[in-house]
Ligand binder design. Structure first.
Ligand code: GAL
Length: 482
């Protein structure tokens, strides 16, 4: 599960917060509106592990259960200064409230792997998971930020999507954490450059995911008379294969889920048809969203959707789309490489039950996202948050997490041999390929822009009007590009 990508109005929220910042430092923040919070809170300490994060009927609120609303005083530095040093080593002490959308299933397994280490290494701290039911953290996070009741850290995509929070003064630099972790000696300089805004880094990356991957069922492909070892070289060849698979009697050769997965499919087609340079140019103004090559890509996207079960798609998250490939009711799904964990959970065998390849036309390119964690301004337990961030960025934290999650470490001091076959290919590609940023997962576009793209794709899903889709994409770029 992931956060909701549509976030109209965030900028306005930020402006309110910026306008109130002076007052907020001297007065208690307003509590969240009654009934607005449905955060499900889980707490874990070294000795006690109380997990309620998947309790659907919990009505615990963030402010009540974690007392995060009670003590907002002073500027960030003043707040940090009042955090008392613990008497014994093992972390700053106190509750560390963290928003994450890894609330269920395999994604929660990744989080749990981290928590086991956090408990062992920072026994003074008590991790409070602010995972929301269903994993959609964004609405509650917006409320808490709006009411100046920030968590100690929240999960977000690194890159352009963080820029609103930076501009609005809602998160602060974590340069010191990155430096203590080893800086460019342990993180690739290219990644640090991508995370740097006006000379500062604002989040600690937990991982790297690759978004331009097709997951395939070789048996379904073979039954259609095709050789699964022959990877289509571009969109045209892939569309021809899809047509053959459909003709063989497979109703849904390609699966797709709700809006963000459709945006992810569109970005794959844009990358395939435009190539890495022109695709990257979509975000700096050097490629025209109204141009003929985008028209051709939108047409290919429309064609791909004709091979999907579009009726069922709109409300679905990603696992159902991968499950259809795993179970043999579909041939392909385009999905970020968290998909590999889903195949593994179904005991499917790499190379026999499922195969994978870069989306046709994108070989040699790595469309990336990095999940990362932030340090909000006026977080109550800044020292505890830094313990959490330090664990996120550590070699052992990244290994435990990424083995479970299907992603690869953001750190460069990684032994590829520690990872299973798929992740070994991803590690090699990350080191050798051309890197481009993901639209659907926040590396390429800011929140408002991503929201407008999501709205355009969602409308297209209902209308099928490709001309309208392209003009809305062009309008979104014009409106939101910096
Ligand atoms: C992405 C996130 C991944 C995974 C995925 C599916 O945005 O970065 O870690 O959670 O959504 O939920």
């Amino acid at each position: 599960m992931r956060r909701t990508p549509l976030v109209a109005g965030l900028a306005a929220v930020g402006l309110v917060i910026a306008a109130c910042a002076g007052d907020a430092s001297t007065s208690s923040p307003a509590p969240p509106p009654s009934g607005a919070s449905t955060s499900t809170v889980s707490e874990a300490t070294s000795s006690v592990a109380v997990s309620r994060s998947d309790t659907a009927d919990s009505e615990s609120t963030l402010s009540t259960d974690t007392d995060l609303s009670a003590s907002t005083t002073g500027s960030p530095s003043e707040t940090a200064a009042t955090t008392s040093s613990p008497a014994v080593p093992g972390g700053a002490g106190g509750k560390v409230g963290v928003y994450t959308w890894w609330a269920a299933g395999l994604e929660k397994d990744g989080l749990d792997a981290l928590l086991a280490l956090f408990r062992a290494e920072y026994p003074n701290d008590r991790f409070v998971s602010l995972a929301v039911n269903g994993g959609d953290t964004q609405p509650q996070l917006e409320i808490d930020l709006k009411h100046d009741n920030p968590p100690d850290s929240f999960q977000w995509h690194a890159g352009a999507e963080l820029s609103d929070y930076i501009k609005n003064g809602q998160i602060q630099p974590v340069d010191d954490v990155i430096a203590e972790l080893g800086g460019s000696a342990v993180f690739p300089q290219g990644l640090l450059d991508r995370l740097t805004v006006d000379g500062h880094i604002y989040s600690v990356p937990a991982n790297i995911h690759r978004v331009n991957m097709v997951w395939a069922n070789p048996k379904v492909i073979t039954s259609a008379g095709l050789d699964p070892a022959v990877i289509p070289g571009d969109m045209e060849a892939w569309i021809a294969d899809l047509a053959k698979i459909k003709a063989s009697g497979v109703d849904t050769p390609l699966t797709v889920g709700g809006t963000w997965t459709q945006v992810q499919l569109l970005e794959n087609v844009l990358l395939a048809d435009l190539g890495a340079d022109k695709y990257t140019g979509l975000f700096d103004g050097s490629t025209d969203w109204a141009g003929t090559d985008v028209t051709a890509a939108v047409a290919d996207f429309a064609t791909l959707l004709t091979f999907t079960d579009t009726d069922a798609a709109d409300g679905d998250d990603w696992p159902a789309s991968i499950d259809a490939v795993a179970d043999g009711t579909a041939a392909y799904n385009v999905m970020g490489d968290w998909a590999v964990a889903e195949f593994n959970s179904k005991k499917k065998v790499d190379g026999t039950d499922y195969t994978y390849f870069p989306t046709p036309g994108t070989d040699g390119v790595f469309d990336f996202l990095a999940d990362s964690f932030t340090l909000p301004v006026r977080a109550k337990n800044q020292a505890g948050a830094k313990d959490w961030l330090t664990l996120i960025g550590s070699a052992e934290g990244q290994k435990a997490f990424n083995l479970a999650k299907g992603s690869i470490p953001a750190r460069s001091d990684t032994a590829a041999s520690d990872y299973p076959a798929y992740q070994q290919t991803a590690i090699a590609s990350w080191q050798n390929d051309v890197i481009v940023p993901s639209i659907a997962h926040g590396s390429a576009v800011n929140l408002a822009w991503g929201s407008d793209i999501g709205a355009a794709v969602s409308e297209f899903h209902a209308s099928g009007d490709a001309t309208a889709l392209q003009s809305e994409l062009a309008a979104a770029a014009k409106k939101n590009a910096d």
